[in-house]
Ligand binder design. Structure first.
Ligand SMILES: C[S@@+](CC[C@H](N)C(=O)[O-])C[C@H]1O[C@@H](n2cnc3c(N)ncnc32)[C@H](O)[C@@H]1O
Length: 330
């Protein structure tokens, strides 16, 4: 790799998918990604690539992908100069939203305590050991690494934001299982009927979709029969038939389209042919779980809530509350 080109090592993925309906898609990925990662495709790409280039080529010895704060390397594996070099490069990849990570003792305190979300979800899942997983809207791959930590055989993580791929690749410099990849793609770039995955995750994505039922349908079609869907999304309190469609922004986000109740969401899932639907968690998002940090210095949830009434967003809607639903493709 140099500062103007970026080639993902797709060989492990292509090999893992060779006997699946995704084989042809995987074969064509180099061309797809060459366009997506062309040097002039994003103004910040050269700076991000330079940051990755500035990382030393070392392999971490002590790894823990099962820890709430994913650990890649211990402090005593490197000297102070190398630590400074790594930290400076990783900070070039600001903002770090999903985590936390500990990289050779450098604590990446991310905007989200993603480990809290994972804790709410993981105990309800069919065990991930040996499973082929798709994570739609993966962010920087924090959850993908936790899935590998839980024994998944393969995790295909997709997210159109190239910065998140860069963060994943930066960490991959020090540790690579060969079993997880982050691809700079949206769900719309994914084949319509792959029926390949044992578990499909969509966390924090549904409310960004203008056609939420199409999204659910696409997720279903990525599952093999009997596979498990894990859906995490914003909800409002209330019963069947109730959906919030914000007039403009929701919690200062422009791209929020549909926020249903849990009961309505269950109906949508059933309508899309999913079965054994259960809501395993419903929690408000707290200011401890999502906040500005040294590694994510932009404004965060606190600025999106009404200072006089934090149960409301600044637009007057119910404050963010998220549910986790699990369902099975028959
Ligand atoms: C709120 S974040 C959630 C990230 C992570 N899954 C989590 O639960 O913390 C939504 C993510 O979905 C990604 N996203 C947006 N549109 C998408 C699409 N069409 N396909 C896949 N991912 C998308 C965004 O880039 C963003 O990283």
């Amino acid at each position: 790799m140099n500062q103007t080109t970026f080639n993902l090592d797709l060989a492990p993925l292509t090999s893992a998918l060779q006997d699946t309906p995704l084989a042809a898609w995987a074969e064509a990925l180099p061309q797809t990604l060459a366009l997506r990662l062309a040097p002039d495709s994003h103004g910040d790409l050269p700076a991000w690539l330079a940051a990755i280039d500035a990382l030393p080529h070392i392999r971490a010895r002590q790894i823990d992908l099962n820890a709430p704060c994913i650990r890649i390397g211990a402090p005593d594996e490197i000297n102070a100069d190398t630590r400074e070099q790594i930290e400076a490069a990783l900070r070039q990849l600001h903002p770090w939203r999903k985590g936390p990570f500990d990289v050779f003792g450098i604590h990446i305190d991310t905007e989200w305590r993603s480990d809290w979300k994972w804790d709410r979800i993981v105990r309800h899942l069919a065990p991930l050991a040996g499973r082929r997983v798709l994570d739609v809207g993966s962010g920087n791959g924090y959850f993908a690494l936790r899935m590998i930590g839980a024994g998944a055989a393969l995790v295909v993580a997709i997210d159109p934001m190239r910065l998140f791929l860069m963060q994943f690749e930066a960490l991959r410099r020090f540790h690579d299982t060969g079993r997880a990849c982050v691809l700079p793609l949206g769900i719309e770039d994914f084949p319509e009927r792959s029926e390949t995955f044992d578990t499909v995750f969509s966390m924090g994505v549904l409310y960004h979709r203008r056609s939420p039922l199409d999204h659910l349908y696409q997720l279903r079609e990525a599952l093999r029969p009997g596979g498990e869907l894990v859906l995490e999304t914003l909800v409002i309190p209330g019963g069947t038939g109730q959906v919030l469609v914000p007039e403009g922004r929701y919690a200062r986000m422009r791209n929020v389209w549909f926020i249903p109740t849990v009961a309505e969401l269950e109906r949508w899932l059933a309508r899309c042919g999913l079965r054994d639907i259960r809501c395993v968690d419903e929690s408000p998002t707290t200011l401890e779980e999502q906040r500005s940090t040294d590694w994510m210095q932009f404004e965060s949830l606190a600025r999106s809530l009404d200072p006089a009434d934090p149960t409301r967003t600044v637009e007057g809607y119910p404050a963010p509350r998220r549910a986790v639903l699990i369902a099975r493709r028959p």
